[in-house]
Design a binder for this molecule. Structure first.
Ligand SMILES: Nc1ncnc2c1ncn2[C@@H]1O[C@H](COP(=O)(O)OP(=O)(O)O)[C@@H](O)[C@H]1O
Ligand SMILES: [Mg+2]
Length: 260
């Protein structure tokens, strides 16, 4: 088998690829005595899907939380569109166009898709809710992402888990997210719904979003991603280009078997 194509080996063709939307480098984060991240690196470009993989406890969720402002990192640098930024809370991330869709989605079950897309930012016209405009806009977003949602007037409680996640994704895209962080978006879904979610993620890529997706399902990873970043014990041990690798090699990097 060929040697893994590491990030550093690709820097020679930097002139070809566009500048990454987001780069996180040398990220460290500890929780008391637990060093969750010690030297984590990831980057993502517009119109690209990067999978973040690693064994349980490798630090994937911690890295996502650092990028989304849920955790502050101890050291390291984050660049967004080439600028060094500080992300101290979820609002900072939001202002930079970074959005995370968590499993426990903060949706209002009794309200319809339109209301959930606009919660907290309703459109008004002379102080009156502009339902027509919100419905039009909601339909536009749902069409643009080619989700499998039924009518935008369906209360969220009637939607499946995958459809609810689609609403949550449509909401952050609608509010300007360009960098989407998805932590195990298919873990709680059945087979059919998981594949619909993967298709939705591919549509986000077509909309030129930069997407980082955590998954332990390598079949899903290989279906949708462009590159695969492997974390082991809080360190990025390499980034692989999908076409140049296979699941055997990825598993070896995840487990450290390539060291033996
Ligand atoms: N809030 C926390 N407090 C203490 N330890 C944590 C916390 N979050 C994560 N950890 C620890 O950090 C390490 C990385 O966890 P995590 O990022 O959740 O890994 P992964 O998502 O790759 O499974 C683990 O050892 C985990 O127990
Ligand atoms: Mg996790």
């Amino acid at each position: 088998m060929e040697a893994p194509q590491l990030q550093t080996e690709r820097e020679g063709d930097a002139g070809v690829a566009p500048e990454p939307l987001l780069i996180a480098r040398n990220i460290t984060k500890s929780f008391g005595h637990v060093q969750a991240l010690s030297n984590a690196y990831i980057d993502v470009r517009a119109g690209e899907i990067v999978a973040l993989v690693g064994d349980n406890g490798a630090g994937k969720s911690t890295l996502i939380k650092v990028l989304s402002g849920a955790h502050r990192h101890d050291a390291g640098e984050i660049l967004v569109r080439g600028q060094s930024v500080s992300i101290n809370n979820p609002n900072d991330a939001f202002d930079l166009g970074i959005a995370t869709v968590y499993q426990d989605l903060a949706l209002l079950p009794s309200r319809d898709v339109v209301a959930n897309l606009y919660v907290g930012r309703e459109l008004t016209n002379n102080g009156i809710l502009d339902r027509r405009k919100m419905t039009e806009e909601a339909n536009r977003v749902v069409r643009q992402l080619r989700t499998n949602l039924p009518s935008v007037h369906t209360p969220v409680r009637f939607l499946s888990g995958g459809q609810r996640q689609a609403v949550a994704i449509a909401r952050v895209v609608h509010f300007g997210a360009e960098i989407l962080l998805l932590d195990e978006p298919t873990a709680a879904l059945g087979v059919k719904e998981a594949h619909e979610m993967l298709t939705l993620i591919e549509h986000l890529k077509e909309q030129d979003k930069g997407i980082i997706v955590v998954s332990h399902n390598l079949a899903h990873v290989f279906r949708i991603c462009d590159r695969i970043t492997v974390l082991r014990h809080g360190q990025t041990v390499g980034t692989l280009i999908k076409e140049e690798t296979d699941s055997t090699e990825v598993v070896r990097m995840i487990t450290g078997a390539d060291l033996l």
